[in-house]
Design a protein around this ligand. Structure first.
Ligand code: F6P
Length: 502
């Protein structure tokens, strides 16, 4: 680890470099000789950083920052089971779930056997996953992302405690043909238990026994059993698997039922491929390291608050929502691992919607707003469709053309000093992430890439990216309001409002 003085000197150089790059026209950088060397490739996964406000010197300094912050040692400890989640004294183990050895494990065999038996029996037409946060966002996003690869029962994801959520899902389900998966790492989350109770009531109203139509996925099997799930209908996973990093675990059971264990294994293989790249590629060719450093570049050195993720892929419509929890629950902190206040802000606001729809919504703000907001644009270069007819292929070509056109328009702009309303300042940066086809392997690889981007920036910032104490106060106050305890602590408005609730 570099000394404080060396780190400060490096920071000072990076700040000076950022000021210089902020004042440099992106167009001049993009047209420079050899700029296309900044399209990094890992097989068919391409990360095009040519539209970033950087030059070779900038990247060299950022890689020097990674070295100075001991990133290589952090990555080693991430994979070797060191308890790097120091505030909870836990290792970080979700990468092990996509190692090829996983398929030899008893846990995998139980999941695969259950999924294949259910798919082959054909009795279950609808699977309802009841979960929230990482017990919902990952599996819901992955199920949609896999598109036609999910050829089994219909998958539904219920998370909100708003009863309308489960009611609207169950309106299209038949009790005798519905399986509920109650997914909760802690098996204490109020929304999930409330929805599981509503599901039980729905089953019983239709003469069904919940112990036939319900299974649990959790890291707290005793809690699930005490709640009422039979031990042999509980699929457990390790405490060292963080909620927002858990889709690879039994939390992905609904998806495995939807796509089958073989295709789910392909998703894991893609993520494993990214793990191997992350562990072995030199920093200046390492996709997660470079993208994690660019998150830091924009957030800390360019002072940009938000970071948009625009997937030009309708099946990745929930990708930004998944990445929001991933980044903002991991790095949305203001102290480092040792509890020292950070000298700069950390996680950006992650947001985004699918393209091309986003172009017809908020791209006006991106193009002509006063502030610069970096984004990633993600797109597969060829469609993943059943029967890729000529018309569909052309529509996909239009999708890809729009992705490239927006990246170029944002960066190059179109100066129009005579008519300010038609003036495009440009210098809006983006990273163009593309791959061949959205196969299960490619999707798994993409998700692992974004997990590692968050982890890299957390390591370099010295943050614990694996705890989430910030979610507890709201829950505690909700419980107090529900139980009517300590109401004097609450505002007069809240106390008055509570009196209106029966
Ligand atoms: O409250 C936040 C959180 O703990 C997330 O970290 C987690 O993914 C979610 O709630 C659900 O938790 P559980 O899987 O334990 O129900």
């Amino acid at each position: 680890m570099a000394s404080q003085t060396e780190l400060q000197q490096l920071n000072d150089r990076l700040e000076a470099e950022a000021q210089q790059m902020a004042a440099t026209d992106l167009a001049s950088l993009m047209h420079a000789e050899g700029r296309d060397a900044l399209v990094l490739k890992q097989d068919d996964l391409w990360v095009d950083i040519t539209r970033q406000p950087i030059r070779t010197d900038s990247l060299d300094m950022l890689c020097a920052l990674a070295e100075a912050r001991n990133l290589a040692e952090n990555i080693t400890q991430l994979f070797d089971g060191t308890h790097i989640n120091r505030t909870e004294d836990r290792p970080v183990v979700h990468m092990g779930l996509r190692h090829p050895d996983r398929h030899k494990s008893e846990g995998w065999k139980q999941l695969a056997e259950f999924a294949e038996q259910l798919r082959n029996a054909g009795q279950i037409t609808d699977v309802v996953n009841i979960g929230i946060g990482g017990s919902d966002l990952g599996p819901a996003m992955l199920a949609q992302a896999l598109g036609p690869a999910c050829d089994g029962p219909r998958l539904h994801f219920v998370g909100n405690v708003d009863p309308a959520h489960i009611h609207d899902v169950l309106a299209s389900c038949t009790p005798e043909q519905t399986l509920f998966i109650v997914t909760s790492k802690t098996f204490t989350t109020q929304e999930t238990l409330a929805n599981a109770t509503l599901a039980t009531s729905w089953l019983e109203r239709h003469g069904m026994r919940s112990d036939e139509a319900m299974v649990a996925v959790t890291a707290a099997p005793d809690m699930a059993n005490r709640w009422g799930i039979d031990k042999d209908r509980i699929f457990s996973f390790e405490d060292g698997v963080g909620g927002r990093y858990s889709v690879w675990s039994a939390v992905g059971l609904a998806v495995m039922i939807g796509c089958g264990s073989a295709r789910f294994a392909e998703v894991l293989a893609g993520a494993y491929d990214m793990d191997c790249h992350f562990r072995t590629a030199p920093f200046d060719q390492n996709l997660p390291v470079i993208m994690g450093l660019l998150r830091i570049w924009h957030r800390q050195f360019m002072g940009r608050v938000s970071y948009g993720l625009m997937a030009y892929d309708q099946r990745l419509a929930r990708f930004a929502a998944w990445a929001q929890q991933l980044e903002m629950e991991s790095n949305g902190k203001s102290v480092d691992m040792n509890g020292q206040t950070l000298s700069h802000p950390a996680a950006p606001l992650i947001w985004g919607e699918p393209g091309t729809n986003a172009q017809h919504s908020f791209f006006q703000w991106l193009h002509q707003g006063a502030e610069i907001h970096p984004i990633d644009i993600l797109v597969s270069r060829t469609p993943y469709l059943r029967g890729e007819d000529a018309l569909s292929k052309d529509a996909h070509r239009q999708l890809v053309i729009n992705a490239i056109a927006q990246a170029e328009a944002l960066a190059l702009g179109q100066k129009n000093p005579d008519n300010p309303h038609q003036h495009f300042a440009g210098n809006r940066p983006s990273i163009l992430v593309s791959w061949d086809r959205s196969t299960p392997f490619a999707i798994g690889r993409l998700l692992a890439l974004y997990e590692h981007i968050t982890i890299v920036s957390g390591f370099i910032w010295g943050i614990n990216s694996f705890d989430q104490f910030g979610v507890e106060l709201g829950k505690k106050m909700a419980r107090a309001l529900d139980e009517g305890t300590g109401l004097s602590h609450f505002s007069k408005a809240a106390q008055s409002f509570m009196q209106t609730l029966d």
